[in-house]
Design a protein around this ligand. Sequence first.
Ligand SMILES: Cc1cc2nc3c(=O)[nH]c(=O)nc-3n(C[C@H](O)[C@H](O)[C@H](O)COP(=O)(O)OP(=O)(O)OC[C@H]3O[C@@H](n4cnc5c(N)ncnc54)[C@H](O)[C@@H]3O)c2cc1C
Length: 325
Amino acid sequence: MAGILVYALHDDEGNFNKNSLGAISEAAKLAGELGTEAAALVVGDVSDEGAAGLGKYGARRVFRARTVPEGLAQPIVDAMAKVISEQGFSYALFGGGLLGFEIGAGLTARLNAGVTMEVTEVRVEDGKLVAVRPVLQDSAVVDVGYVGEPGIIIGRLNAFDASERGDGAAEVVDVDVELSEWSTKARMVKRGEQRGADVNIEDAEILVGGGRGLGEAANFKLAEELAEALGGAVAATRAVVDAGWYPYSAQIGQTGKTVAPKLYLAVGISGAIQHKVGMQNSENILAINKDPNAPIFEFSDLGVVGDLHKIVPKLTEAIKAKKGG
Ligand SMILES: Cc1cc2nc3c(=O)[nH]c(=O)nc-3n(C[C@H](O)[C@H](O)[C@H](O)COP(=O)(O)OP(=O)(O)OC[C@H]3O[C@@H](n4cnc5c(N)ncnc54)[C@H](O)[C@@H]3O)c2cc1C
């Protein structure tokens, strides 16, 4: 039986990751067009209610591998490979993120499958899925088809929107998975979220991105204070991360995270292509830069030319005053 299987990642409280929910919604939409089924795989401690709840996003069945630990790639590859082989799924879809990339890559090797990564769109053509992915630093897009099954599709972070498709409950199917010997070599010591200004930057609706224009590490407090006033989080460029001014967990771009907040406020950031690819899908981009020719202004909705050291503290005060009043 054909179908699309999605791996749904959850935290220790059983909350599913928004990229996983987006991948289930996307799989359900595509499965509808293919006339087949979207299903999900969950591992670890997930309640009946939590697993069945994925039906709201379009999963018809949820395979639950309770003895497989969440967060480690190889045991999850074992679980995905078993369900795909036994149930005959034609595609595996991942919402993105580091774990999705690692599991997807492992699954590809295990099943000798075809894989497409950083996918931003998937469509149905002649009864098969075609994955669309940007290439050459996002200057072109290519269509990727699959000559065999299963096809592995790994989305770019935030590529697929999570949308509820009614309140149907999914059928929960418990599966026993025998772990490969190498899958037991690593053990989960602790799981945690990387946070900036106490908000996960991939989920934040407002991000203040700080770049080398801040001048020195201590000046990141300008970005932090602005983020706090706006109720958002702080992100960073690779230049400042490499300089040790801010942690890597906040880095946006080609070698960092991909984000799509409602507002991305770039402070002292030039707008290099490697940074742009990580934030260009933001709904609104506002840039403050003293150089009127900075590339960031080419893709900003609003540009402010001036010294950030003068503008940012005033902006923070104005926002605080507005919120207070
Ligand atoms: C393979 C590869 C991968 C990379 N991956 C990433 C990545 O993932 N993410 C990433 O961000 N970069 C990445 N880079 C680096 C990227 O090319 C840029 O070097 C980097 O993004 C520049 O960071 P920046 O904008 O902070 O610094 P700069 O380019 O130095 O820009 C600083 C800006 O601040 C402005 N400025 C200075 N002073 C002030 C002031 N007082 N007020 C207002 N504005 C001011 C300047 O006009 C300038 O535009 C990568 C590079 C390579 C080669």
